[in-house]
Each structure stands twice: as structure tokens, then as C-alpha cells.
Design a protein around this ligand. Structure first.
Ligand SMILES: [Zn+2]
Length: 300
């Protein structure tokens, strides 16, 4: 067996964990923070609006609307919470009595960077490696939707990687969505520049599937475990990418690698690339620890 060994540890690619990502990012003074960005739930008449007042005033954007949940009309009030801290969630859980339903959640991960150069480079890293594979079966869109949005009247002046616009990895109609941006400071301290990635889940069914349908569930969210499952980072297997980009005849591995390498160099945004070349998806494997180390070194 020709396996390189260091001590008694076999050198091979390990699954990339959030704690590894955290450790590798820390080498470049990048800090990871997890939080709930938004939470919507409906309550019935047993939870009086006055009882909700203390949690509503915690954030000026928090809101209470008198609108029933469609199909569940007894749930007549909608509560919208922004960046609810753990104490707010615990308070909400104590306040709410009677029936209620959680209908929407946004889970966020912010990568706090030390300066603007790191911001651009880290955004470039995620543009080239972050993937969202749609599970929605709606046929109108491909599996790999991608839109870069922003105010069209304002001209983007970014030199290489755009850091002024939001990336939408899913159509707005999807119940499970992914968005990413880096043009605002982290909501966790309103200061630090960051790359912000968020997953949005809508509807009772999807929250049930996710196991996030009681306030208790939300209080107990293991953010690290959540992102371990939902942060889909890929790296290119050049040989496979070259083979999938064949147009005429089969070529040897060396030619495939060369072709794949050339193709990879031309990719600025992997999700966008896969939107037009979904046949190439198998060439993008889950990123390993050693690949992450290599890429961060290359970009940062
Ligand atoms: Zn821009």
C-alpha cells in the first residue's frame, strides 16, 4: 500500500468540518459568527399583544401584524423578529401560550474580515466554491439558478470581484433559498466588514422537515451542525472537468487535466457556471481540508 504516513496518522482527505473552517480562517484573522437573522411566527388569541410588547421593542425592526395564517385562521397575529438573541427567544417561548406556528427562519453565518482586501478575496473564494443545489422540482428554472442583483441605476465600480451586490442562488419563489452579500457590516456588531451567507426557510412543511417548528427547537439550534450540513463548498477535479468538457473524442488523462484546468481558470462564479453547465457538476467534489488550506493560501 503506497500511502504516505506521518506518525501513525494516514494522510488522506478528511471531511471538512466547521471547526476546521474556523481554524483555517483564523489564520487570516477571519472570524466566524452564527446567528438567526429573522424569525416569523403566528400566535392565536391566547397570546395577547401586550404580552408580546417586551420582545417586540428589543429591535426597532421587530413587528406585529394582525394577519391570519392562511389555512390556519385562528393564528391571527404575525410576529416578525430580527436578529433575535437567545434571551429574546427564551422570552418569546415563555410569553407564547396557546397555539402558534413558526413559518419562516433565516440562519446566517458571517465571516468577519480584517480589511477590504480580505473582503474582496474572501468573496471571490465563495463565488468560486459555494454551491446551492436546488431541491425544488419547479421546472421553470435549472438546478443551479444564479442572479447578481442590485440597484441597476447605480453602476458597479468594483474592480474584479463585485462586492456591492447580492447573490441569489435560488429564485424568489423557492421555499429554501440561499443569499450572499458583502456590502454591509455584520449585524452582530454593526461595524465589521464581512461576507454574509444566509439560508432562508419558508413554510410549515419545510420547517418541520428541518426540525425547527417549536420555539424550543429554535432555542436549541446547533448552528455549527446546521452549517456543517448546509455550507456546500466544492473544489474542481480538473481531470473530471476536462473529461466532461469533451466535444469530439476521448482524450488521455493529461489532456483532460489540462483542459479542466483551463476551464476552472475561466470560472468566476461556480453557481453561475453550473447554471449554464449543469453536466459538469460531478467534477466539483466536496472540498477537503487540504484543498481549503490551499485555496485560502492562494486567495488570501
Ligand atoms: Zn460591484
Amino acid at each position: 500500500m503506497a500511502q504516505a504516513k506521518t506518525g501513525n496518522k494516514t494522510m488522506r482527505n478528511k471531511e471538512l468540518t466547521m471547526s476546521t473552517i474556523q481554524r483555517e480562517m483564523a489564520k487570516y484573522n477571519i472570524q466566524i459568527v452564527y446567528y438567526i437573522d429573522r424569525l416569523h411566527f403566528y400566535t392565536d388569541s391566547q397570546t395577547h399583544k401586550n404580552k408580546l410588547a417586551p420582545i417586540l421593542k428589543i429591535n426597532s425592526k421587530n413587528d406585529l401584524k394582525f394577519e391570519p395564517l392562511s389555512g390556519h385562521e385562528h393564528l391571527s397575529k404575525k410576529v416578525e423578529l430580527f436578529q433575535p438573541a437567545l434571551e429574546t427567544l427564551i422570552a418569546a417561548n415563555n410569553i407564547v401560550s396557546g397555539d402558534y406556528a413558526i413559518t419562516y427562519i433565516e440562519l446566517a453565518i458571517d465571516f468577519l474580515v480584517p480589511n477590504k482586501k480580505a473582503l474582496t478575496q474572501l468573496q471571490y473564494f465563495f463565488d468560486r466554491h459555494l454551491v446551492h443545489n436546488r431541491t425544488s422540482k419547479k421546472p421553470a428554472e435549472g438546478d443551479f439558478h444564479f442572479v447578481l442583483t442590485g440597484d441597476k441605476k447605480v453602476e458597479c465600480k468594483c474592480k474584479s470581484t463585485c462586492i456591492c451586490r447580492t447573490r441569489y442562488f435560488t429564485p424568489e419563489s423557492d421555499k429554501k433559498r440561499l443569499a450572499m452579500y458583502s456590502d454591509r457590516p455584520s449585524k452582530t456588531d454593526n461595524t465589521s466588514p464581512c461576507v454574509h451567507i444566509e439560508k432562508r426557510f419558508q413554510s410549515l412543511i419545510h420547517l418541520k422537515k428541518l426540525g425547527l417548528y417549536t420555539l424550543e427547537n429554535i432555542i436549541q439550534i446547533d448552528h455549527e451542525a446546521f452549517w456543517q450540513e448546509h455550507l456546500d463548498l466544492r473544489s474542481s477535479n480538473h481531470s473530471e472537468l476536462g473529461r466532461l468538457n469533451l466535444f469530439y473524442r476521448e482524450t488521455g488523462d493529461r489532456a483532460n487535466v489540462k483542459r479542466g484546468q483551463k476551464q476552472w481558470t475561466s470560472i468566476n462564479n461556480l453557481q453561475e457556471y453550473l447554471g449554464n453547465n449543469s453536466r459538469c457538476e460531478p467534477a466539483f467534489k466536496n472540498m477537503s481540508e487540504s484543498k481549503l488550506e490551499k485555496y485560502l493560501q492562494e486567495y488570501l
